[in-house]
Design a protein around this ligand. Sequence first.
Ligand code: NAP
Ligand code: G3P
Length: 477
Amino acid sequence: MNTNNYDKEQSHKDESRQSIQIRSPLDDSVIGEVLALSKEDVNSAIQLAKETFATWRNVPLNERAEVLYKAANLLLEEADRLTVLLMMEVGKDKKSAHSEITRTADFIRFTADTAKSIHGESIQGDTFSGFNKEKFAVVTREPVGVVLAISPFNYPINLATSKIAPALVAGNTVVFKPATTGSLCGIELVKVFEAAGLPKGVLNIVTGRGSEIGDYVVTHPDINFINFTGSTEVGSGISEKAHMVPLLMELGGKDAAIVLKDADLAFAAKNIIAGAFSYSGQRCTAVKRILVVNEVADRLIAYLKEEIQKLEVGNPLEKQVDVVPLISTKAADYVWDLIEDAKAKGAKLIYGGTREGNLIFPTLFDYVTTDMRVAWEEPFGPVLPILRVNNADEAVDLANQSEYGLQSSVFTENLSDAFHIASRLEVGTVQVNNKTERGPDHFPFLGVKKSGIGTQGIRYSIEAMTRVKATVINLSH
Ligand code: NAP
Ligand code: G3P
């Protein structure tokens, strides 16, 4: 049984504590248990983070960075074991699970390197009218304090680390709330940081259902910053409840792949299918709709059919697959409702449309219209709607009608057109001739509208979880 890294002195309370069984989405087997911490436990973790902040912030940056370098190495040493755990806990295929671990080790190293390259500045007073050289400002950056890091199920190692590593290297302490399905990976991640030399109390995991401890932790007065990744529904709830606390949020998406008449259609089809169906589309940056100009739609669909048929579907424990069982029956039922709605309203089923338990086969619809739910809602599953448009302007308008604004792809051979379209799309990132994706992790990563608040990406995350301090020197005294 995996337990939390809470104080062992608390163990006498264990008998009274509830625990949560973690079941694998692959075979519903119980793969571990985590504690459902009480509000008292959560408060203890927050108090410990608050007390520890005073010392951790004064640890020299190069020593904080050293902890991260060691954590990256330890993570790689544990890669095979954590790959299996990640596969079992969130149903990810082996290739994606292993790459999540190695990608995270790279992330941690790059974070440590970047932190050492972020410097302050000095500003001369006489650069502003009415002032002279006697006055100048020394501008530095300081940690914000206790960072609450809340991560989603789909990247239980990488998307937890994308908050934790930048927060720690900047001198913050962290209270880490993993997704319940993902908590076992979260506990192992914390162990890696502790084995790397992170002092006790600097990183504190709190397990338990968000629906039970979430409101308490996000409204706790000793939380100084909330870094959240998850659904728009939960994120917007947090933003309403958190008082005067800076937020960094990565939320839902409905990323559009816009395919123009001069696009390389075979290339676009490969990218779109990979972008839409890897890990069953359980990625915020998955391609979640195709907007294609009429004159090339039929040809594109022929290529899409070729590519979708190549997808491997099934249990990742048996073979390398692209499409896996979804994380829960609730998730699968939601995706299935979108499929049924599209069928009922006249969408043309090109491929898929079948289900075996929580395994939904990759599904492609043509002639999707804006009255269908799948045109607008985030499936977080393997269903991809094609909406036909007359021209690029119509594609941009339709893309921008979404409440989401994470990423878009534009497939065209004309870079000038690509830039003009990119400038009009209401998203955080436009991928030109590529599927939508978050990596590489040092690029800025953000959502606008209901896809997020603030900007992640290693340097951006470090800066977001620090604040500027201006010390003004007045030499005339
Ligand atoms: P979720 O249901 O919103 O949960 C995200 C996290 O919030 C989990 O740790 C969850 O804990 C916690 N939580 C739930 N209710 C809470 C509350 N009232 N207060 C505080 N925390 C609470 O999302 P998910 O199912 O894990 O992930 C899928 C969603 O996340 C999709 O919408 C996807 O688009 C989005 N996502 C976005 C990005 C991005 O980078 N933009 C990346 C990945 C995922 P429990 O697990 O205990 O409920
Ligand atoms: O959905 C989480 C987001 O981090 C996806 O990452 O690189 O697979 O687009 P990526």
